[in-house]
Design a protein around this ligand. Sequence first.
Ligand SMILES: *Cc1c(COP(=O)(O)O)cnc(C)c1O
Length: 496
Amino acid sequence: MTAIEPRITEENLDPADWDALRKTAHRMVDDMLTYLQSVRERPAWRPIPSEHKAAFNASPLPLEPQDIDQVYEDYNNDVLSYPMGNIHPRFWAWVIGTGTPSAALYEMLAAGLNPNVGGGDHMANQVEKLVIEWCKEMLGYPAEASGLLVNGGSMANLTGLNVARNVKLLEAGIDVRTHGLTAAPRLRLYCSSETHSSVQRAAEVLGMGSESIHTIPVDSEFRIDLAALQAAINVDRDAGLLPFCVIGSAGTTNTGSIDDLNALADLCEREHLWYHVDGAIGAVAALSPAALPRLHGMERADSLAFDMHKWLHIPFEAGCILIRSREQHYNTFTLTPPYLVHSTRGTAGGDLWPSDYGIQLSRGFLALKVWMSLKEHGIRKLGRSIQQNIDQAQYLKALVEATPDLELLAPVALNIVCFRYAPSGMDDAALNALNEEILLQIQEQGIAVPSGTKLNGKYVLRVSITNHRTLREDFDLLVREVIRLGKTFAHSLPKQ
Ligand SMILES: *Cc1c(COP(=O)(O)O)cnc(C)c1O
């Protein structure tokens, strides 16, 4: 006779009481919807008191289980109370999307199903595949192209430039995947002085160094200077460097300017250079029939990076890289050890493993919120929302131009308005200090959240409208408050 084993108590992480969790879950959903519905009634932002931060950061590592209702209480008291502000109708800082209430639910569904969208034969991979097909169609990009969802524009730029570097070095006889850059000639890529800093980060990560970036000046509308670009390429070739890539911006971060994307495509064809477009902000403006013509040429890019957590209001994180050549995309990243062998049958089957096309192996189900949001809203409505922001930018521009003491400091090409409070009799240094104070006051008083930047040495209030909740009257309020704060602080700032 075998001895009877003592009974082993096995644990799992499921709730002990499913009905109790169900109640809590319903309360969480209800509370979140109420919070979103009433967002306009709260301040756009408020500073976190230092005691609050200190108390929070002193929380001990939990050793034993805590009641989920208590954990949720802590979230309500500690976290929910000081949000970033980007879901508020008067948040216009950096380039930050607003999200949508329904997409918060889609995130919950994705987390519940919790697939790893790196590969295998399951529907999550098919959802991503379909979403990529839809992205190409939305942006007018070639149907045979390849693509990958990534966590944002920086990763999209890195992924695209990784392919560019490998392909162009292979053409020069260097297999960079095997040999690295040691035997490679010195590479040069070209972009304007208004190009996003993620391009520099990509160049650094890719081992080319920031020196590999030849920065080209911009014209009066903040677009890349094409003659200067051609001259730079000639000079670099003569010096024995290897020009390999030009980056066009479809919406720059400072001012929303759009490079001449067709002219850049022509130049890249002529010079046999890889053409990458950073469309983190502006590519999705292709959904607005009125804005689309300004993006022409974008569809000719060898690689096109864009964001969905900005102007498409998919909750963070969601970006996308499209690559014209599926083969070049695949060859840059595919790597299949025995434990990841793709089969034709079983769970490791599947016609497409996203992990063959990027840096990540394990990947979240970003595609679900995109797929469901695109279906829920339809691209025509999303296009109208984008056009509404473009029209609002023109409205604010007109307000600024019609208001004495306000000065517009850049053309309004898309959805970004840069201006300052500039009464006569103050020099630039004084105006810089004054406008910085105005910005901080507007934020700290919870009125609105523009951000700041410098254009040609002048500090500007930068209003970047990727917000489906904003109303025109919000800009009337902004302008009134800028004037009020400007008058208040014009003569009371400490001397620099
Ligand atoms: C925001 C932005 C990026 C970076 O995108 P993330 O999603 O923040 O990583 C790149 N390029 C431009 C033009 C941007 O505005």
